[in-house]
Design a protein around this ligand. Structure first.
Ligand SMILES: [Zn+2]
Length: 293
């Protein structure tokens, strides 16, 4: 994994969010929102072993994450993370058109997922972006975004699957870990520490740096492992929040169909990495596992 500045290319497995996650907020306008339907665990179906009774036995695709403990240790502390999130959100509002359409529904479902997550005490804020592209992404400090096209596509349980996945990225501090790898990390951390909320040189400088970060999609492009982890955290959150985790499966299936019909709605990365079937398999594995316990 190369050390990187803001301009580095997306990390090698070049994948992004579940269903969702922005690839690059870089270019102007919403066109840059791309769905990253990247994949989940690669080997689940390959590793299935037929048992005597004919039922396939899958390797656990989420074994790396079952005992994970999450905190801000070694990263920005939560207070600075919250400040960072607010500053980043300001940059997002400059680049995208936010709307109240569907916001109540998103907030209601999103807060249920957030409260049922492994990081329930953070103050989460859900936002809707006007766009014909189907997408969602999240930023540090509890900011989660979905597009109007996604809201039209998804029923309650399916929307919950997207929001729970995005909350999963925040729980696992994926964007904070990416930020830590950036060449600008020390400077940004210092400026956040000095930021008091009063407009001034510090806030202006920080705004420029963070605008570049948002523009480069640096915090919203995730590795394959991070996507897998967010899938895992998301599907496990769903029943605790009162949603049917099967919604994650049907969401992937809808995205698969759209990819076949008009992949431009999903962004190019999705069509390049049609790994939705693996994610469906892994989600089904986890649902079956949860039902056994
Ligand atoms: Zn994701």
């Amino acid at each position: 994994m190369t050390q990187a500045g803001l301009r580095r290319e997306p990390r090698v497995p070049l994948l992004t969010c579940l269903i969702f996650c922005v690839l690059s907020l870089a270019t102007s306008g919403i066109q840059s929102l791309t769905v990253c339907a990247r994949s989940a665990p690669q080997n689940a179906s390959l590793n299935s072993l037929p048992l005597a009774n004919g039922v396939a036995q899958f390797d656990d695709p989420y074994s790396d994450f079952r005992n994970a403990r999450y905190s801000n240790a070694g990263l920005l502390n939560e207070r600075d993370e919250t400040k960072l999130g607010l500053q980043l959100h300001r940059e997002v509002t400059k680049k995208f058109s936010l709307t109240d359409a569907g916001l109540d529904r998103t907030e209601r479902i999103g807060q249920r997922c957030a409260k049922a997550s492994l990081r329930p005490s953070l103050l989460y804020k859900f936002h809707v972006i006007q766009s014909r592209e189907i997408n969602g992404f999240s930023l540090p400090g509890g900011h989660v975004y979905v597009t109007t096209a996604l809201l039209r596509l998804a029923n309650e349980n399916e929307l919950a699957s997207v929001l729970a996945h995005e909350v999963g990225h925040i729980v696992a501090r994926h964007s904070l870990k990416s930020l830590k790898q950036s060449q600008e990390y020390d400077e940004i951390a210092k400026q956040l520490g000095e930021l008091t909320g009063v407009a001034g040189d510090v806030a202006r400088d920080l705004g420029v740096a963070l605008g570049q970060i948002v523009g480069a999609g640096f915090l919203t492009v995730h590795s394959r492992d991070e996507e897998r982890e967010a899938d895992f955290l998301g599907v496990r959150t769903m029943p605790r929040a009162g949603f049917d985790p099967q919604g994650m499966v049907t969401m992937f299936q809808k995205l698969q169909r759209i990819e076949e019909q008009d992949s431009s709605l999903l962004g190019t990365l999705f069509s390049d990495h049609p790994d939705a079937q693996e994610r469906i398999d892994n989600t089904r594995y986890e649902i079956a596992r949860m039902r056994r316990r």
